[in-house]
Design a protein around this ligand. Structure first.
Ligand code: SF4
Length: 332
């Protein structure tokens, strides 16, 4: 009887290490299924393009809500910005594990390299990730496997440990040599696409979660498509920076949010989001002034700003004043 092919499901970020891990397994005749993710903090586009280029079949899973909930309260805390890398890896492994179970695949793999990243790729943290994922013994790190305790996967002979690697540390020399050997020329830089590793975005996200602890995925999208003002505790105004932002803010507005739009003069959309609706009326004029200050109206000129929740439109006439007046409220 023909022996069933071994199947491995792995995290593919589009970074070199994850591609190499997949290639090392493919070289052993193991069938590889790549998994990548959509979240509010990065998307799957680049990973899909790159995986296709190097011949790794890939699936996309949207983990936006699950991921945002984790970012609000990670078990192992954050890295240097709002990046909860240990929890994030574990969550991605859990999602990949669901695919492994659905497909009847044999094990999971990642491109993690021992000692490469200060927070998430130390010996103990690799173990924590695995434990938190719920798939202990079933997670193989092909690039550093020979430096790590033997996994169930190796013990069961599903993979030939002698053909796995022993890479460690921050030097990229061995990976670059392997990239050449496998003909991989395109890949993303480590952590490159993740907004949670960016200082400016992390500062804004932290403040958003402070003002709006119940923030949903759409609020993160608003943050990505705007200038961000905090007017008072739990009172937030998003102001579009260009046509695309304005369209996104319109699309993302919820029933209880208030949209602002300058009439008769080109200007941005504003979107007011409040934690407590009781005081909403108090902020309509201030928001109109801020939105007008980013319009094309000359300073000192009158601007008519339409605002309102769905089906309840109002207008304010305000004076366009200098943007500097509101700079203290803008979170940069
Ligand atoms: S860098 Fe971003 S995507 Fe990568 S593990 Fe950390 S939080 Fe997750």
């Amino acid at each position: 009887m023909e022996r069933r092919k071994v199947v491995a499901v792995g995290l593919i970020s589009g970074g070199l290490d994850s591609l190499l891990a997949a290639k090392v397994l493919q070289q052993q005749g193991i069938e590889v299924i790549g998994v990548t993710f959509d979240t509010p903090f990065w998307d799957s586009k680049q990973a899909c393009e790159i995986a296709e280029l190097v011949g790794i079949p890939i699936r996309v899973v949207n983990i936006s809500e699950e991921h945002l909930n984790m970012v609000k309260n990670p078990v192992y805390g954050y890295g240097s910005n709002m990046n909860p890398c240990i929890d994030c890896h574990a969550l991605m492994l859990r999602a990949a594990g669901r695919i492994m179970e659905q497909e009847g695949a044999d094990f999971l793999f990642t491109g993690e390299v021992l000692g490469q990243r200060p927070m998430s790729q130390r010996f103990n943290t690799l173990r924590s990730v695995e434990k938190l994922s719920g798939y202990q013994g079933l997670v193989l790190r092909p690039l550093s496997a020979k430096l790590l305790p033997e996994t169930e996967v190796e013990k069961r002979g599903l993979v030939d440990r002698s053909r796995l690697l022993a890479i460690q540390g921050r030097s990229r020399r061995q990976q670059m040599e392997l990239a050449e050997k496998f003909g991989i020329v395109k890949f993303t830089p480590p952590g490159g696409g993740c907004l949670l590793t960016k200082e400016g975005f992390s500062r804004k996200l932290k403040r958003l979660l402070l003002e709006l602890p119940d923030a949903e995925v759409r609020h993160i999208e608003m943050l990505k498509h705007s200038r961000f003002f905090v007017l008072d505790e739990g009172v937030i105004l998003f102001v579009g920076r260009n046509h695309h932002d304005n369209k996104e803010l319109e699309r993302l507005a919820g029933e209880k949010d208030v949209l602002f739009n300058c009439r008769g003069v080109p200007g941005p959309r504003g979107l007011l989001v409040v934690r407590d609706q009781a005081h909403l009326e108090n902020y309509l004029r201030l928001c109109s002034e801020i939105v007008a200050s980013f319009s094309d109206a000359k300073p000192g000129g009158e601007v008519l700003v339409d605002c309102g929740q769905f089906g309840d439109e109002k207008s304010n006439i305000v004076i366009a004043c200098s943007r500097d007046k509101f700079s203290d409220m803008m979170i940069k």
